[in-house]
Design a binder for this molecule. Structure first.
Ligand code: CA
Length: 474
């Protein structure tokens, strides 16, 4: 009879086989002697996986278990080795982390340093901006002051112009009085009467002209003589006590119609045959201006656009002045490029220049067409064919823009107006300039070719005595 018992003890499963009459080579726990009539038990314990410490010297130790344990030990040692290796690796990683941390600290320090540097630069920049603003502010102030000075200067010019005009009138009046005295002393004194002056002198065209005239006055007649000459046209002022601050009136010839006229040809064809100052308004513009109409020279109908005769007016002027015109209508003057533009825009015009040297020889140059381009094209000169006795010294400047001391439009590397002291349609500063310095006596000595010259007539170093430019419709 056999019985199998299953005994659970903890996690150890022990199976016991009960064999009452047999012996087993396996582990014998108890064996009752059959002869004694007692039962014998043989426990067969199946092989178990052992763990934990075992004594090798134990007699009952199993070799295979030992081997297993050794393998286990070896395995554990290998694990230990691996762990050590890993530990070493991790140690290297730790070192690496430490190095990185050091580098990171170093970088932080560098960043802090750079930040401080940047901050310093920002502050410097701010300082520079502040300085720049301060300089700009100074510049603005200086500009404002310059404008103020310029305004003051203009005011002074106005006053000076008015005073000059008044003084001229006084001189004229004194001259008349002197004549009257002389006449009274003569037997025919009763026939001479002094007409009461009824208007200020007519000679001033623009209020800024007189002050600047001084530049050339030393080249012309003495001042008193000039003043006498300049007031030879027109009536006298009523009183010398008044100090006018506005420019005096311009006198006009007594005309049948009040005008304004398109040009001096229109004046002539309207039956006004006397040379003098007329009010013009070209077609296409509302601008009114005055001009001298030459009605006796070369069949008349000529609008005078420029005249030089005594050096009483300075022609070394700015663009704006050449644009608007300047001078005295009954003396030296420049009509103005803008007026000239509108005038010659009305139709086909011709240009005539009359020149006179210091020996009284007169010549002329005529161009069969003449007009100017608008200001946007710098009043460019458009000239037709030449004919005349003076020689052609203007075609060289044909199709050229106008140049003044403050606006250089010429083909020369420098500014011709600067060297030749006057605005002109310069090509390369040669052949002609009728707006230069009026030198007395013809041949002049100057560092530059800056006289009133027409190269084909007396060359470039001869300053002409009288010149005029005038236009007339064809
Ligand atoms: Ca130039």
């Amino acid at each position: 009879m056999g019985t199998t018992l299953l005994i659970g003890l903890g996690t150890l499963l022990l199976t016991l086989g009960l064999y009452p009459n047999a012996c087993n080579t396996q582990k014998v726990l108890n064996r009752p002697d059959p002869k004694d009539g007692r039962c014998s038990y043989t426990f067969i314990v199946p092989q178990q996986k052992l763990s934990g410490a075992l004594c090798v010297n134990t007699a009952s130790a199993n070799q295979s278990e030992l081997q297993t344990l050794r393998a286990e030990l070896k395995k554990q040692q290998e694990q230990m080795d691996r762990l050590r290796a890993r530990l070493e690796q991790e140690g290297a990683a730790v070192m690496e982390v430490r190095t990185l941390r050091k580098e990171s600290n170093s970088m932080n320090s560098r960043i802090t340093q750079l930040y401080a540097q940047l901050l310093s630069e920002v502050i410097t920049k701010k300082d520079q901006i502040l300085e720049q603003k301060r300089v700009e502010s100074l510049l603005l102030n200086a500009t404002a002051q310059a404008l103020q000075v310029s305004n003051n200067y203009r005011e002074l010019e106005k006053k000076y112009g008015a005073l000059t005009s008044m003084m001229s009138a006084q001189n004229q009046f004194i001259s008349r009085l002197e004549k009257q005295c002389q006449c009274k002393n003569s037997p025919h004194s009763a026939a001479v009467t002094l007409e009461p002056p009824n208007a200020p002198k007519p000679s001033v065209y623009h209020n800024y002209s007189s002050a600047a005239n001084d530049v050339q006055r030393d080249q012309s007649l003495p001042a008193a003589q000039q003043q006498e000459n300049s007031v030879s046209v027109g009536p006298l002022p009523t009183s010398t006590a008044d100090a006018p601050t506005e420019p005096p009136f311009i006198s006009f010839p007594v005309t049948k119609t009040p005008g304004p006229w398109r040009d001096c040809q229109h004046v002539l064809s309207s039956g006004e045959g006397i040379s003098g100052i007329y009010l013009l308004r070209p077609q296409g513009t509302n601008t009114l201006f005055q001009a001298w109409c030459e009605q006796s020279h070369a069949q008349g109908g000529w609008t005078v656009i420029q005249r030089r005769q005594d050096g009483s007016v300075n022609f070394f002027r700015t663009w704006e002045q050449y644009k608007q015109g300047f001078g005295n209508l009954d003396g030296e003057y420049w009509l103005g490029l803008e007026h000239l533009y509108w005038l010659t825009k009305q139709g086909q015009y011709k240009l005539r220049l009359t020149l006179e040297d210091w020996q009284g020889r007169q010549v002329f140059a005529e161009y069969d067409s003449f007009h100017l381009e608008p200001e946007t094209d710098w009043y460019r000169l458009r000239l037709g064919h030449y004919q005349g006795t003076a020689g052609d010294s203007l075609s060289w400047h044909n199709n050229k823009a106008f140049t003044t001391l403050d606006r250089d439009k010429d083909s020369y590397s420098g500014n011709c107006a600067h060297f030749q002291k006057g605005g002109w349609w310069y090509h390369m500063c040669a052949h002609s300039n009728l707006n230069g310095v009026w030198y007395r006596g013809g041949h002049y000595r100057s560092r530059y070719q800056d006289g009133v010259y027409w190269a084909e007539f007396h060359g470039g170093s001869y300053s002409l005595k009288r010149v005029s430019m005038m236009v007339k419709p064809i």
